[in-house]
Write a protein that binds this ligand. Structure first.
Ligand SMILES: [Zn+2]
Ligand SMILES: [Zn+2]
Length: 276
């Protein structure tokens, strides 16, 4: 699985010049995930929101704090990231060293960090970033990536019970987070990809997942000249946008967290048009 991930990253490094440096940085982290195996999740002991299975309006896990993730494994991976990154001569090397020191000494601080990331507590995250002299976006990114194998294990564990086709909402049916990308499957059906756990679920193509606006006059699509398959859906009502891949135009696509990094040219395009 991980070799497959590295193959996709290498392919995209060659194909997507605007995202090259972001992908090269991610590749270092992907190599460190190779032998990481989160513990098996026993769902019988978990606080699952049964409403979801009855086609009601609740994600499978009621709150981010209820997500059954193997934090011990995530923490091991995070420390591994920091040990490697502190020696790569980054501009923010001092901050990375402080982060590594803090993570090595203060287990409770690391748990609090996971809480802030999962709960999207930006105020707390900014304070914690200042404590180690790092940009909050760097702290968020590394912490989130350290959860990747655990989220992968969780998605696998709930596969049988997650009724995605009955879910019609703009937030993730598994964890309740908003999407970070959309894609059209080989059938032409629209899907959203979760910004936190990586789950994907079907969603109407002509509807904004952020404000549920369905009025075609306020919705639009930006294509990329000469690059079939790439696009940006936008909503004039809430000024949000979603990067989109039409899988019918590509021979293969990478896991969507990688595609998210590999489509920075679409973020630039959306920003130029005034979308956030
Ligand atoms: Zn999710
Ligand atoms: Zn909207």
């Amino acid at each position: 699985m991980n070799e497959e991930l590295l193959r996709h990253i290498d392919r995209l490094i060659a194909q997507r010049p605007a995202s090259r440096s972001a992908l090269i940085r991610y590749r270092i982290l992907a190599c460190l995930m190779q032998d990481i195996k989160p513990k098996t999740i026993s769902l019988s002991e978990q606080k699952i929101h049964r409403g979801m299975r009855n086609k009601e309006d609740f994600p499978l896990f009621a709150g981010q704090q209820d997500l059954p993730l193997d934090y011990e494994t995530a923490e091991t991976l995070l420390k591994r990231f920091l040990e490697t990154l502190r020696r790569t001569g980054r501009k923010d090397e001092d901050g990375i060293k402080k982060f590594a020191q803090k993570a090595g000494q203060d287990h409770c601080w690391v748990r609090e960090l996971y809480g802030a990331v999962l709960g999207k507590d930006n105020t707390r995250l900014t304070t914690m970033a200042a404590e180690v002299d790092l940009d909050p976006s760097v702290l968020l990114f590394l912490t989130k990536v350290s959860l990747r194998p655990c989220f992968q294990a969780l998605r696998e564990a709930v596969k049988e019970i997650l009724n995605k086709s009955a879910w019609g909402h703009g937030i993730c049916p598994l964890c309740g987070s908003p999407p970070d990308m959309a894609f059209l499957a080989a059938t032409g059906r629209g899907f959203l990809h979760c910004s936190l756990c990586g789950e994907a679920w079907p969603y109407p193509r002509i509807k904004c997942p952020f404000c549920e606006n369905e009025d075609r006059r306020n919705l639009g699509f930006l294509g990329v000249e000469g690059e079939e398959g790439f696009g940006v859906y936008f909503c004039r009502k809430c000024l949000c946008y979603l990067k989109t891949l039409d899988m019918r135009a590509f021979e293969e696509t990478a896991p969507f967290d990688i595609e998210y990094l590999a489509t920075l040219h679409l973020d630039i395009l959306a920003a130029e048009k005034g979308f956030e």
